[in-house]
Design a protein around this ligand. Structure first.
Ligand SMILES: *[C@@H]1O[C@H](CO)[C@@H](O)[C@H](O)[C@H]1NC(C)=O
Ligand SMILES: *[C@@H]1O[C@H](CO)[C@@H](O)[C@H](O)[C@H]1NC(C)=O
Ligand SMILES: *[C@@H]1O[C@H](CO)[C@@H](O)[C@H](O)[C@H]1NC(C)=O
Length: 294
């Protein structure tokens, strides 16, 4: 009697595990999605024969360290696990490739542009929603006139980068970049540059955001008094001279944001965006403004 009870318990446990794995493999929280028709991932760490796609997916999920993706070939049940952080693609050879909501393949790139990562470290795999921002330091920005391009790892479609540009269609000129950089070295004198990271002292005349949008006038108070303004200070009190009017539509950091910014109009109403204000390279003089030394 006792041993039968034990057996029953074991059977229940196995059934529960199988149910769990079934959930994981089919529509559970760790689903895999078919990616890259006609291709498969190249960095394969193991190859075994498994009866079904689902079992191959379970093998992947149960790996330590985690398996990021796998290739499966229906005809002979070949199951290839991809454990490496980043992977390339090679000819399918009868396989289909499956991945979770991650990007294993390299993000689209723009030669000579400065890339920064948002929502991930730049190490692969990139999480869904991980962003790469590109800035071109050439005087006129990218060849299409913008100053900012972005690529985002899709959270809808497997291993897909959604980007604001087409690779090879947008360029950032190297020669201009170095020329612009050389000019920055000599040209960036206060007040057309910021002395501190936050740039709260910035009183230059830049009036466009880093994506090239025109700034709105501060005195039109286009977005009321946003949350990151100080509650104990009047709206005008956030600006040097204590008037928003004299600051026209110039980039400023009157609030607690990271860098100078301004309001812009947007399809979705008024928004704000950062401005790309260079750091000052000429700090030979001690500068004072309104009695404060900067
Ligand atoms: C495959 O893995 C190797 C070793 O970790 C790595 O050097 C290589 O860049 C990877 N291949 C691709 C296409 O990422
Ligand atoms: C923005 O600044 C540029 C250059 O100083 C100027 O030509 C332009 O009129 C300004 N735009 C607005 C809306 O003030
Ligand atoms: C307003 O509050 C901040 C802190 O919340 C404080 O640092 C600042 O001195 C205050 N300013 C005035 C004018 O009271």
């Amino acid at each position: 009697m006792e041993s039968l009870w034990k057996t029953r318990k074991t059977v229940t446990a196995i059934a529960l595990i199988l149910l769990f794995l079934h959930g994981v493999a089919s529509n559970g929280f760790v689903s895999h999605y078919a990616a890259h028709p006609g291709m498969r991932y190249s960095n394969v760490s193991s190859e075994t024969a498994e009866p079904t796609l689902g079992v191959c997916g379970i093998k992947c999920v149960m790996q330590t360290p985690p398996c990021y993706a796998f290739n499966y070939r229906e005809s002979d049940g070949s199951c290839q696990l991809v454990i490496n952080g980043r992977s390339g693609l090679v000819e399918a050879n009868g396989f289909k490739s499956y991945v979770q909501r991650l990007c294993l393949t390299e993000h689209p790139d723009i030669a000579n542009a400065r890339a920064s990562f948002d929502g991930w470290s730049g190490e692969y795999p990139a999480p869904a929603g991980g962003k790469v921002s590109f800035r071109c330091e050439a005087a006129n920005g990218f060849s299409d006139g913008s100053f900012l391009h972005v690529a985002t790892c899709s959270s809808v479609s497997p291993d897909t980068w959604c980007s604001s540009f087409q690779e090879d269609a947008v360029h950032c000129e190297q020669s201009q970049v170095s020329r612009a950089t050389a000019r920055i070295q000599t040209d960036h004198k206060y007040p057309e540059c910021r002395l501190t990271e936050k740039g709260r002292e910035y009183i230059g005349r830049a009036n466009k955001t880093e994506s090239g949008k025109e700034c709105l006038r501060w005195d039109s108070q286009p977005n009321g008094k946003p949350d990151d303004f100080f509650p104990n200070v009047t709206y005008d009190g956030h600006f040097t001279n204590l008037d928003a009017w004299s600051h026209k539509n110039y980039c400023r950091n009157p609030s607690g944001k990271e860098r100078p910014w301004c309001f812009v109009s947007h399809q979705m109403g008024v928004q704000w965006e950062y401005c790309d204000i260079p750091m000052c390279t000429d700090t030979s003089k001690t500068l004072t403004y309104a009695g404060f030394s900067l």
